[in-house]
Ligand binder design. Sequence first.
Ligand code: SF4
Length: 411
Amino acid sequence: MAAPIPLASVEAIEKEHTLLLRPAPGEPLRLLSLDGEGRWLRAQGETWYAKRGLDSRVLMKERSGGRWQARRLPPDEAAALHHQIHRWLSGLAQVAPAQGWTERVQRWVEAAAAWTPRRLAAEADRYRHVYGRIPILPPDLYNAIVIQATRGCSYNQCSFCTFYHGIPFRPLAPEEVEAQIEGLRVLYGKDLERHLKLFLGDANALVLSQKRLEQLWQVLERHFAIDPDAAFGEPRWDEQGRLRVEGVYTFMDAFNTRHKAPATLAWLAAHGLRRVYIGMESGSDRVLRFLTKVGTGRDVVQAVRAFKAAGIAVGVILLAGAGGRELQEEHIAHTAARVNEMGLGPEDAVFFSPLVVEPGGSWLARARQEGVTPLDAEEIEWEIREIRARLRFGPGPAPRITRYELREFIH
Ligand code: SF4
């Protein structure tokens, strides 16, 4: 947003527990959405789109040369955007009575104007206090309410993954989970009602024993009513004051699933575990070894089948570019073959995640050591198309196939 935005007339629409503000056509700001507390959530201009996270960090997508590029705004640019939006909202709050809105919408905009940039910036501390750090979520769960049953990753050694570096793995005691839920209720405030899904963090929450899982669920069920119909209409709270959510979701690695008895998986399904996201990365055992990942492609197939037999859907994550040029052919052939053996259906999903080589990871060093050449962006795209072309599902509808862009993560 280059210039202050004129306030000729602004349409206000309540939608899914947010307030959408749409200035008259021709204004630099096309759309601004507010959460139930009045904090801005999304802002859109002609060639850009910004999302504010719970900690007030900002993900910016900008269109240039016909392509959208995503980047996390550095603190000074994020602060400048918070300032511009606040200035606009303050102006809007002053002319609110002339907009013909309901009393409720006027109050909502006034609440939004009270979120000064300084107050928004302080959300980062409140977020850290509740969560510490959440480095990643599955791509369709950026809106989930995260509850950390464990912190970190129980393995933490895959060469391409730096998400949990510096976060020692540990399960949280039931009292800590209870305290986190109390904390997040305050952090979200009225915005909690917008959210329909629970995500159990961090990387391998289901590694907990059956006894610990039962204790965890006792805590969850004190605060949330897990009900598959929660997405359909009101009320959002049940008669015991619990938020209705449609289900529980989590990451899980195949090597941990091996230790889960079918009875435990059935118990989890009966208690609302709807989908598990499995980082398969590759169906090739050579590529998995190169990635320093535990287990084999067939272990992942077995894990997927075990979840599906228990009535739990899966999201299978494939790492495009994982084996570089030298292992590419095997990566393509074995990955497609293993996915085709999983028996995936419309309740499941396949995610293609292009490899992002982070400076703190060991993927590049291993590649040099083993004579593996990294792929460029075009080669990665070709690889995705090749694997997709070999996928075979059915009979019946296929799973959803989509991308997982790590750079677009914001919680
Ligand atoms: S890819 Fe998964 S299992 Fe491997 S280190 Fe990262 S979070 Fe842990």
